[in-house]
Design a protein around this ligand. Structure first.
Ligand code: GN1
Ligand code: MG
Length: 358
């Protein structure tokens, strides 16, 4: 009982009809934004999340997206020729998709899906194929949804140019302490600045279809049954209208980075082998799953989303770490450098990667 009071206010559990039960509450996962807890009781398990209001200005919009997309997926799975798992939003006793506590914090609940937690960076060729497949399945299952009914989860989410503008503003307003890591990051931004506008230009020209985008299909958000069985994707917070290419790019960014986002090593390598495997899995959903126009931009998408995340971490470091949670000084700067080095590794293998997408 003591634990439950530490993490989740009783009024929140109460609004979901759980306050009178014997519950055990433990922190769950490694999210950078929201606080996530697993609540276990005699007859089940529920995941509670405190939504970070500094990041998600309209919790109602993300709860509505969650309900809309997961409801649609549940319906589609019944007749799909494959298995897929997706969490469902649990409403409050009053039927609301979220609960605002007395401090004004927004809470949301969903069912817990039993899953394996593989060692970090466990991917091999076979599991990377599974990963590509699971992303394709998410895209297949959401294909029939009317994207105009989805809300943009965060204004400007995955709009690379806006992140660059915010970076320029942050740099002009703050005077971050000089360091070798900061200079290296700033140089990388200038080096990549022009290259990463291509997707936004294509989007603006109307040549790329706007479809349902998961928004965060990173390795940590994959539901693994066993080490080599990817069964679905967690984390529908960022689902919204967008480019499928950003999802594929982000999945490649995260899975081909052999040392992870938090590593402090100097060497960061983008794995061409995992890249190939993820694409093999993704295109097993169908040869023409992406249009020719989109297919040509896969390498650009992976590079763009990697640089974009680097810029986002760097901007947050300069602005005082108000967006991504940190546990030590300089963590967001270190995270930014990892992403830029990953983009650098990608660029150095660009010819080979392009050959694989042809
Ligand atoms: C954040 O909170 P989490 O860990 O699911 C971020 C993603 C980044 C990711 C990098 C809303 O995701 O965009 O790619 O960190 N989510 C948001 O690990 O900004
Ligand atoms: Mg997320």
């Amino acid at each position: 009982m003591a634990l439950k009071q530490t993490f989740i206010p009783v009024e929140v559990l109460n609004s979901y009809g759980l306050a009178d039960r014997e519950t055990v509450v433990v922190p769950l996962g490694k999210g950078n934004i929201n606080d996530t807890y697993l609540v276990s009781f005699s007859s089940g398990k529920v995941v509670f999340q405190r939504i970070n209001a500094a990041v998600f200005p309209a919790p109602a919009a993300i709860a509505a997206n969650f309900q809309f997309v997961s409801g649609h997926i549940q319906k589609q799975i019944r007749t799909a020729p494959f298995e897929y798992q997706c969490a469902e939003l649990i409403p409050t006793l009053e039927g609301e998709g979220w609960y605002i506590d007395q401090k004004g914090e927004c809470w949301r609940a969903q069912n817990y899906i039993e899953h394996a937690v593989p060692e970090s960076r466990h991917l091999n060729y076979g599991s990377a194929v599974q990963l590509g497949q699971v992303l394709a399945r998410f895209h297949l299952l959401t294909e029939g949804l009317d994207v105009t009914e989805l809300h943009e989860p965060i204004p400007g989410f995955h709009r690379t140019l806006r992140y660059l503008e915010s970076y320029d503003t942050a740099l002009a307003e703050a005077q971050p302490a000089d360091s070798a890591a900061l200079s290296a990051c700033r140089a990388y931004v200038e080096r990549f600045r022009r290259r990463v506008t291509v997707l936004e230009q294509e989007r603006a020209s109307g040549r790329l279809p706007i479809r349902v985008m998961h928004g965060d299909p990173k390795l940590d958000n994959v539901i693994w049954r066993e080490a080599e069985q990817a069964k679905g994707l967690f984390d529908l917070d960022t689902v919204g209208p967008g480019l499928r290419l950003y999802d594929l790019g982000d999945c490649l960014r995260s899975s081909c980075n052999l040392i992870g986002e938090e590593a402090c090593q100097h060497e960061v390598t983008f794995s061409a082998e995992i890249f190939q495997a993820v694409l093999e899995g993704y295109f097993s959903a169908g040869e023409n799953f992406l249009g020719a126009n989109e297919r040509e931009l896969i390498v650009d998408a992976a590079l763009t989303i990697t640089v974009e995340l680097g810029v986002r971490f760097l901007t947050d470091y300069i602005g005082g770490n108000v967006y991504f949670k940190t546990t030590r000084d300089g963590q967001n700067l270190g995270r930014a450098l990892v992403q830029f080095k990953l983009a650098d590794s990608m660029e150095s293998q660009e010819k080979e990667l392009r050959r694989m997408t042809a």
